[in-house]
Design a binder for this molecule. Sequence first.
Ligand SMILES: *Cc1c(COP(=O)(O)O)cnc(C)c1O
Length: 447
Amino acid sequence: MTHPDVPGAAAGAARALAPEGAAAVFAPLPAAPSREQCLALDAADPLAASRELFALPAGVIYLDGNSLGAMPRNAPERAREVVEQEWGRDLIGSWNKHHWFELPTRLGAKIARLVGGERGACVVTDTTSVNIFKVLGAALELQRAVDPGRRVIVSERENFPTDLYVIEGMVEWLDRGYELRLIDEDAPLEDALGVDVAVVLLTQVNYRTGRLWDLAAATAQIHASGALAIWDLCHSAGAVPVGLDAAGADFAVGCSYKYLNGGPGSPAFVWVGEQHLGSARQPLTGWWGHARPFDMEPGYEPASDIRRFQVGTQPILSLATAECGIDIALGADGAALRRKSIALSSLFIELVETRLAAHPLTLVTPRDPARRGSHVSFRHPEGFAVMKALIAQGVIGDYREPEVLRFGFAPLYNGFAEVWDAVEALRRVLDEELWRAPEFGERGAVT
Ligand SMILES: *Cc1c(COP(=O)(O)O)cnc(C)c1O
């Protein structure tokens, strides 16, 4: 469904960002390139124009778009419009007049395109954590109908904790003898699969190490064992190709505030494969998932389409600004994004390892670009203080336990000279031991 009268819906302006034939531009990278060579890479970057679609503060190198994406330049205007005109002037009539009610499904359709999932269906709603609960509940029910003996849920020990916490909660809540089986990173998936496994929940790009699953191959393996595959795409959407339809994936979830630049706390997405669209039912049966929400019937009947994965009233402001970020990603060529992402992360690894070889930095991320997402992590024994000192230098990455310095490369707005400058700032922090200043040892509530 498209609504040409809705400003965000028509934002196809970014579509021309990635001309065809960009393939050769990012490769090969010269060995230990100079800053001048990095500037030349920026000058030849077919995605360079997309940086202008974002507002980034001067004097800052932002390498944390994998945690909170940058702000699209048009987001404040869109927010003002929704607040002042839609809410302020048209009040409750905006649900119809400005299509607020369809916002989650309209954005979902855009995300489905981004993740190669148009044969399935997607809705932008709630948080990733809540959406994991929904799809896990749906997948377990589908499996129980076929083979109630399958009682194991497989996931990764190194997964983002909320994924594991939600599985734990579901297991306890159902109290039907389900159990969680965790696999270690780099352990063969088949070791964990078997006739007792109902569902496998994997995160395509690991939040700490950046390790990337071959989504299609893993899905095929999971299906061959008789289990269903749920994919967490939090660090994938907007950065790496996904291909849900082609893989025949069952369910997927992900957030919109990382590489999709949707804004702080912007709603997540939930995607359901075409094979389950009519049959999957989720446990949070709220009125927005009802077939006829405004009939106000006392009994629940799920909507026939993806709307059954909605629960209740959605944060319209957050959805509206999320669309600004989603539209930018949609306007870029996905293959070009991936090529630039790899070029940026490869450059960073090369520069750190050649220019900072004297320091105890250990690469945590797979060296093979085909096996990593869009961020790079290095371990350093004083990682926490080092990152704080680096941020004080204007280079914003983040820190994850244990001792991990994490640098996200957002191909939509990061550039090659920025990578060079970030490594130079890190060199200063380490060579001059700036991290030893006492203020860099103190931890805030969010790291
Ligand atoms: C960022 C992230 C989340 C975040 O979940 P929320 O419910 O949006 O806070 C979940 N899972 C993974 C793998 C993530 O990277």
